[in-house]
Design a protein around this ligand. Sequence first.
Ligand code: C2E
Ligand code: CA
Ligand code: CA
Ligand code: CA
Length: 279
Amino acid sequence: VKTNGRNGYAFFERGMEKRMKKRRNMEALLRQARHDQAFELHFQPLFDQKSRALIAFETLVRMRDEKGEFVPPDVFIPVAEDMGMMEELGEFILREATKTAMNWPDQVGLAVNLSPKQFESGKLLSIVSSALVRSGLKPERLELEITESLLMSNSQRNLRQLELLKEIGVSIAMDDFGTGYSSLGYLWKFPFDKIKIDKSFLGGMENVDEKANQIVSTIIALGHTLEMCVTAEGVETEAQAEFLNAHKCDQLQGFLLGRPMPKEEIDRFILEGKNKKAE
Ligand code: C2E
Ligand code: CA
Ligand code: CA
Ligand code: CA
C-alpha cells in the first residue's frame, strides 16, 4: 500500500469520478423522464398454485436510457429516492396502474410496489384513496407491496399508515421476505395479507440445494401459521413449481408462467394465457 500509494490514490479517484459521472447521468435521465412523462409501466401476472388461474398483475416501472434501452428499476429507483422524486413518481404509478386495471376482468387484482419514501410525508393514504376514486377501482382489488426496510425506521408511524390503508380495504404484502432482518418481529406485529418469498431462495432449487429448499418450505409453513397467503416470485422452472406445489405455496409468479408486459399485451395474455415473446 505504501509503495504504490500515489497510484492507488489516482486509481481510487478515477473510480470515484466514474461513479459520480454515472450518478449524474442517472439523475439527468430521471429528470428527463419526468419532464417527458416517459416512465412506463409493465405488469407481471401472479397465478394460483393449484388451479394456475390468473390472480393479479404486479406493476413494475420502466425507464429507458438515451439509446432507448431499459434501465433496471433496481438501479434508478434508489437514485430517484435520493433525489426526492419518489413520492411523485409513486403517485404517478398508482394513478396509471389503477386506471389500467379498470380494463381487466373484475376478479383480476392489481399489485403496486411502494417505496419507504412514499410514507414520509404522511400523504400516502390520501394519494392511494384518490387513485382509487379517480379510477373507480375497488380497494379490494389493490394490493400494496412493501419491504422490511420500511419498518426499520419510524416503524410505529409507518405501521399506523399501513393499518389505515387496510381499513379502506386495500391489502398489504411483505415483499422480498427473508432478505432483510428482524423479519419475524415485523410479521408478528402486523397482519400482512401476504408474504412474497424472495426469488434468491428459489435459485438453489434446481441444484437441489437442500438448505434453500428447507428455507422455502419453512417460510411457507410460517406464513400459513400466521394465516397469510404465501407467494413465490422468480419461478423459472417446472421443478421449482413442483416443489412449491408440494409445499402448498399459494401463488406463483415468474418467467415460467409469465413475464412482465406492457398493458397493450394484457388482453391477449388473459385470452391466451401466454406472452407474445414466449411464443
Ligand atoms: P420486486 O418487487 O421484487 O419485483 C420482482 C422483480 O423480479 C422484477 O424485476 C421482475 O421483473 C423480476 N422477475 C420476475 N420473475 C422473474 C423470474 O422468474 N426470474 C428472475 N430472475 N426475475 C424475475 P424488475 O422489474 O427489474 O424490478 C426490480 C425491483 O425494482 C422490484 O423488485 C422492486 O423492488 C423495484 N420496483 C419495480 N417497480 C417498482 C415500482 O413501481 N415502485 C417501486 N417502489 N419499486 C419498484
Ligand atoms: Ca414486488
Ligand atoms: Ca420481490
Ligand atoms: Ca426485489
